[in-house]
Design a protein around this ligand. Structure first.
Ligand SMILES: Cc1cc2nc3c(=O)[nH]c(=O)nc-3n(C[C@H](O)[C@H](O)[C@H](O)COP(=O)(O)OP(=O)(O)OC[C@H]3O[C@@H](n4cnc5c(N)ncnc54)[C@H](O)[C@@H]3O)c2cc1C
Length: 429
């Protein structure tokens, strides 16, 4: 037994751990098990009585230089891929805000990046995958066992253990990104700017979620395009380290307000154009190892929701007002635009606006998040499973319309009694 937790450092549980060296060693699986990659999900989706860690299933199998198709084991991390393939002129089509996630984790959460409106989710670039269910390895793709493919992409590990995948990489000629940063004085302005720059490949806005009145939702919008010229170099992240849990009183509404104000005002010009390395553009937080210790020993959570475009502005305003009123500031609040969702059964994105907010855990937080759930539900939105640690079964089932189809599929393959996480039990899967 080993004490385990995830990125939010809540909850902690005792679990039996195994880290098989090859997919053949998955034959003797127990019940009540869940796969785990690098533990970058925030909540309890990779926690269970028995945990299978994929870190030793980390081999590249083949790469086709003509098509950009990479075939590898599921425990390979995005960091490994960048280190090996950027110097050869290849990048990921879709990357989340940290490169320390595995291919298996990226598929199971069907992760999105700053370019969902153009390139969709990670699994939209996956051609095929292999999954181990009750000791048997099954291949699936959009053509072969397509129901299993669409349940597994975004299926949070509940259909079995992904062992291998084939997916496409993007050709690049430089490791650099041409970036434009624009100051937006409030939410209306930033949403108009998102619309104006809808053809930008990458877009994301940092929001000061403690500002109110005419400044509600003031933001810095960051846009990016792959540069054509420059070197093909990689960077070593994690130069700084947060050595221990910070005292949690250091992060309070005053320090958060001061940080937000300083961050917004740091950029004096209304618009800034520069060229930066992909590491700084996509992974600013990876530069500090263990940054999650900043929230103290009680941990934190990320509340990420999406609201359909039609009601987006109204819904976002209502949520930002509720947060500002609660004075439970979020240090990190990130707004992105999603394009059309895909047909994976439990994939999170749907066309609209998604806001991700980090909150330090305290005894008032879950009451605030329950209140936010009601607003998200009113506007027909939903919460991202990969960040969640407390959503109710009712909220989940009301907002993920294909959950019944997902359960039928799990039963068909005998996955429903075997692959379970704390999260799946809480939300009734
Ligand atoms: C700083 C930071 C920024 C982030 N930014 C984004 C973002 O921009 N967009 C986004 O979408 N996400 C983002 N995330 C979330 C992260 O990308 C996902 O949680 C991802 O799934 C983590 O991958 P992992 O390998 O750490 O998986 P884990 O956290 O270990 O597991 C996550 C889920 O995947 C399942 N899983 C893992 N491996 C396998 C496998 N081999 N077979 C079957 N199931 C498996 C687990 O059971 C679990 O349900 C961010 C996280 C952090 C910490």
């Amino acid at each position: 037994m080993k004490k385990m937790t995830s990125w939010g450092k809540y909850p902690h549980i005792d679990a039996n751990i195994s880290a098989p060296l090859s997919s053949h060693m998955l034959a003797n699986e127990k019940r009540n098990i869940i796969a785990r990659g690098l533990g970058r999900s925030y909540g309890d989706s990779a926690l269970s009585e028995n945990i299978i860690i994929s870190n030793r299933l980390n081999h590249f199998i083949s790469f086709d230089e003509n098509t950009g198709q990479l075939h590898c084991e599921a425990g390979v991390s995005l960091h490994d891929i960048l280190m090996n393939f950027v110097p050869k002129g290849w990048f990921l089509y879709v990357t989340p805000g940290t490169k320390f996630v595995t291919v298996g984790g990226a598929i199971a959460s069907d992760v999105h990046g700053k370019n969902h409106h153009i390139d969709g989710c990670f699994s939209d670039h996956v051609t095929s995958l292999t999954i181990c269910i009750q000791g048997e390895e099954i291949s699936c793709s959009r053509e072969e066992n397509s129901d299993l493919f669409h349940a597994t992409c975004g299926g949070m590990g509940l259909t079995g253990i992904i062992t291998k995948a084939t997916f496409k990489l993007r050709p690049i000629t430089s490791s650099y990104i041409n970036q434009k940063v624009i100051k937006a004085k409030n939410l209306d302005t930033v949403l108009e700017l998102f619309e104006q720059y809808r053809d930008a490949t990458y877009s994301v806005a940092w929001i000061d979620c403690l500002s109110t009145g005419s400044n509600l939702g003031r933001s810095l919008l960051m846009l990016g395009e792959h540069a054509c010229k420059g070197e093909l170099t990689t960077h070593k992240s994690g130069v700084l380290n947060m050595p221990c849990d910070m005292p949690s009183f250091l992060l309070n509404k005053y320090t958060i307000q001061a940080f937000n104000s300083a961050y917004y005002n740091k950029q004096v010009k209304e618009e800034l154009n520069n060229t930066i390395h992909y590491d700084s553009f996509f992974y600013p937080l990876d530069g500090i190892s263990n940054w999650n210790r900043m929230y103290g020993k009680n941990g934190f959570t990320q509340y990420q929701f999406v609201i359909p475009k039609e009601a987006g502005k109204e819904g976002l305003k209502e949520i930002l007002e509720a947060i500002a009123e609660s004075k439970q500031g979020s240090f990190l609040a990130v707004l992105k635009v999603f394009g059309k969702g895909n047909i994976n059964y439990l994939s999170f994105p749907l066309e609209g606006y998604t806001l991700a907010l980090d909150f330090k855990l305290n005894n008032k937080l879950f009451a605030l998040l329950d209140r936010l759930d009601l607003i998200v539900r009113k506007y027909k939105g939903r919460i991202y499973l990969s960040k969640d640690v407390r959503m109710s079964e009712e909220m989940f089932k009301a907002s993920y319309p294909h959950w019944k189809k997902f359960q039928v599929l799990r039963k068909k393959y005998g996955a429903d009694e075997r692959y379970l996480s704390l999260q799946s039990k809480r939300i009734g899967l």
